[in-house]
Design a protein. Structure first.
Length: 90
């Protein structure tokens, strides 16, 4: 969220590149866009879940961002970091 990108698609593209070291294809962008939209709907319907979700971890969530938006993007980040191509295996 703190990236200076103007749109969700630009942010999604940059997040994908940062996680995988490659640009996403059109299908991947559509999936990420749909997923972000679903996460927003879910957290908007249950804002208490958004607050609980972003409260996990050792650091406190930033008050600079709306909890629903922060939760949606945090969820998406978790998804990106759990892709097969971002997980190191031995």
């Amino acid at each position: 969220l703190s990236l200076k990108e103007d749109s969700d698609q630009q942010r999604l593209r940059l997040a994908f590149i940062m996680a995988t070291s490659r640009a996403p294809n059109g299908s991947e962008i559509r999936i990420l866009t749909d997923t972000l939209s679903e996460q927003r709907k879910e957290f908007n319907a249950h804002p208490e879940r958004a607050s609980e979700f972003i409260a996990n971890g050792k650091s406190l969530p930033s008050s600079d961002y709306e909890p629903v938006e922060l939760a949606a993007w945090t969820s998406l980040g978790s998804i990106l970091l759990n892709l097969d191509e971002t997980i190191s295996r031995e």
